[in-house]
Structure formats: structure tokens, C-alpha cells
Write a protein that binds this ligand. Structure first.
Ligand code: ADP
Ligand code: NI
Length: 219
């Protein structure tokens, strides 16, 4: 393990505790469980892809700690992540690496930045993988419910190719979210390992939606 990897590994248990406290009480899609799933997937991807698993894992644990929606005041400088890392005695180089990963993963709320490091690619893939497949389906409906949205409305067709701003302003039914975002994610993966997982999860999600729409119409 590199010295940087060792420094990252030493901070992981404290980072787990930190995010559990930070996300206590949020059920709108950014809970500690999401972060922990992203952490496990990021470490898995990093091991397969030859990236540093500890750096990827630490960044995954902190990837939503300064999310624009939940923490608008700390978002710009990633102040939550930085304070946590400083308090834990992280070397400056590790802080820089982790902050870069977090910034690239969550860039402007769109998914258009390709991360500049292999670890960043693993974290971004892991975050996207958590939005698709069985867990992704559950998250989408949980999110829609938390915002009082309909599950489905046949009178309201999905709109693809929205700008980031128009996308955020959308109040559409949750089924539209599959067409507007979730079905696009498998073609946006950075790593081969992530891509293979995404293809499988995407297939399951499409089969689910086919059944959903068929059952909606009635037997
Ligand atoms: P993250 O910051 O983890 O990349 P988002 O904040 O974009 O993700 O979304 C969190 C979760 O809520 C994801 O699972 C996503 O699919 C879901 N979600 C976001 N917007 C919508 C929406 N308009 N309808 C349904 N689900 C949504
Ligand atoms: Ni996330």
C-alpha cells in the first residue's frame, strides 16, 4: 500500500461514523445507507480496476457530505469533507485528491464530467450504479414519494435532452425519471467492471418497467 493509501485507510472507520451522523434523518435519497453502498461498490471497482481502494473508499464515504441540495452552504468549498479530513490529520495531498474526486463526481449536479483519476472514475461509477437496478428503482420511487410525485401518469410523456436546470425544475412522475436519467447511465460508465454491472442492472430495470406499464393497463 502507498503511504497515501495507508493514510486513507486509517480514516475509513471514522469517516463511516461521520457520515452516519451527518445523514441521520434524511430519507430523500441521500442517506447513510446510500453512501455505504457507494463505498462498498467503489472499493470493489477499485480492486478490480487497479485503482487505490482506500482512496476511492474514503472519497466514496465523503462523496455526498457536501451535496448541493442538502448542504448548500458547504458545497462550494467541500467544507464538511475538508474539516473531517483536517480533524483526522489527513495529509494535504490526500485532502486534495479526495476533494478533487468529490467535486468531479458531483459536478454542477449534471453527470457530464469525466473524473481525472482512476479512483474518481470508480466513485462516479459506484454512485451511478446505486441509481440503477433494484436499489435504483426503490430509490427513485422513494424520492418521488418524498416530493409528493405520482408514480406514473400516462398523460405526461418523458422529455429527454433537458438542460441541467430544466431537468432540476421538472416535477414529472417518477416513471419519467427512468427515461430522462436512469436508462442513460449504463452508457456513461467509466470503468469496464462498472459497465458490466450497469448493463446487468439496466436490463433488470427495463424488465421491471415493462411489467409495471403492462400491469398499469390491467390484466
Ligand atoms: P446522487 O447525488 O446520489 O447522484 P441524485 O441527488 O441525483 O443522486 O438523486 C438521488 C436519488 O434520487 C437517485 O436514486 C435518483 O435516481 C433519485 N431521483 C433524483 N431525481 C429524481 C426524480 N425526479 N424522480 C425520481 N427519482 C429521482
Ligand atoms: Ni450519491
Amino acid at each position: 500500500m502507498t503511504p497515501l493509501g495507508e493514510a486513507a485507510a486509517a480514516l475509513i472507520p471514522a469517516a463511516e461514523n461521520y457520515i452516519k451522523e451527518l445523514f441521520a434523518g434524511d430519507f430523500g435519497g441521500h442517506d447513510a445507507d446510500h453512501t455505504l453502498r457507494v463505498y462498498r461498490t467503489a472499493v470493489f471497482l477499485a480492486e478490480k480496476e487497479g485503482a487505490d481502494p482506500a482512496v476511492a473508499g474514503l472519497a466514496a464515504l465523503l462523496h455526498d457530505a457536501d451535496d448541493r441540495k442538502l448542504f448548500p452552504d458547504t458545497c462550494a468549498r467541500k467544507a464538511n469533507a475538508v474539516s473531517f479530513l483536517r480533524a483526522g490529520g489527513a495529509p494535504d495531498e490526500l485532502i486534495r485528491r479526495v476533494v478533487t474526486i468529490i467535486s468531479e463526481v458531483s459536478f454542477a449536479g449534471t453527470d457530464s464530467v469525466v473524473p481525472s483519476s482512476p479512483e474518481g472514475m470508480c466513485v462516479q461509477d459506484a454512485d451511478r450504479l446505486d441509481a440503477i437496478g433494484a436499489v435504483g428503482i426503490a430509490r427513485a420511487f422513494a424520492y418521488g414519494g418524498s416530493r409528493g410525485r405520482k408514480m406514473y401518469d400516462p398523460a405526461e410523456p418523458p422529455e429527454t435532452g433537458l438542460t441541467a436546470e430544466a431537468y432540476r425544475a421538472r416535477q414529472g412522475c417518477t416513471v419519467n425519471h427512468f427515461y430522462e436519467k436512469l436508462f442513460l447511465l449504463k452508457d456513461m460508465m467509466n470503468t469496464d467492471t462498472g459497465k458490466a454491472l450497469a448493463v446487468d442492472r439496466d436490463r433488470f430495470m427495463r424488465a421491471f418497467l415493462e411489467r409495471f406499464l403492462a400491469e398499469w393497463e390491467g390484466p
